[in-house]
Design a protein around this ligand. Structure first.
Ligand code: ZN
Ligand code: ZN
Length: 112
C-alpha cells in the first residue's frame, strides 16, 4: 500500500492510484511530467559535464568559466547562454573581458 505523496513539480498532494505508473514522482499532469523530465535531464547533463571537465583538466586543457552560473566549459556557446536567457552578443556585451573559448577551441576555430 502506497501513501500519498507530493508532486515533485507543483507540490500538490497526489493519491498513488492517480499517479501515472511510469511517472511516480509527479501528479501526472502533462506540464508537471514535462518539467520533471527536464529536471532529470539537467541533473544528468551536469554530471556528464563534470566528468568532461575532469577529463579535460587531467589532459591539461584550460577551461572558461561562465560568469552567470560559474560553471566551467570548453566553450560558452549560444546553447548554454540560452539557458540564462542571453544571446552570445548580450553575454559579450555584459562581460567583454571574459573569454568564451578555451585555447583548444580557439585553435580549432583558427584551423577552420
Ligand atoms: Zn504536479
Ligand atoms: Zn552559465
Amino acid at each position: 500500500m502506497q501513501t500519498p505523496f507530493n508532486c515533485a513539480v507543483c507540490g500538490q498532494l497526489v493519491a498513488p492510484r492517480l499517479a501515472h505508473p511510469a511517472c511516480s514522482k509527479t501528479c501526472g499532469s502533462e506540464q508537471c511530467k514535462a518539467t520533471y523530465y527536464r529536471q532529470c535531464i539537467r541533473v544528468f547533463d551536469q554530471h556528464r559535464q563534470q566528468q568532461r571537465i575532469k577529463e579535460f583538466q587531467q589532459r591539461g586543457f584550460d577551461m572558461v568559466t561562465c560568469a552567470v552560473c560559474n560553471r566551467q566549459f570548453e566553450m560558452i556557446g549560444y546553447k548554454h547562454l540560452k539557458t540564462h536567457g542571453l544571446t552570445v552578443q548580450e553575454y559579450a556585451e555584459l562581460y567583454p573581458d571574459l573569454p568564451r573559448l578555451n585555447s583548444r577551441m580557439k585553435q580549432q576555430r583558427g584551423r577552420e
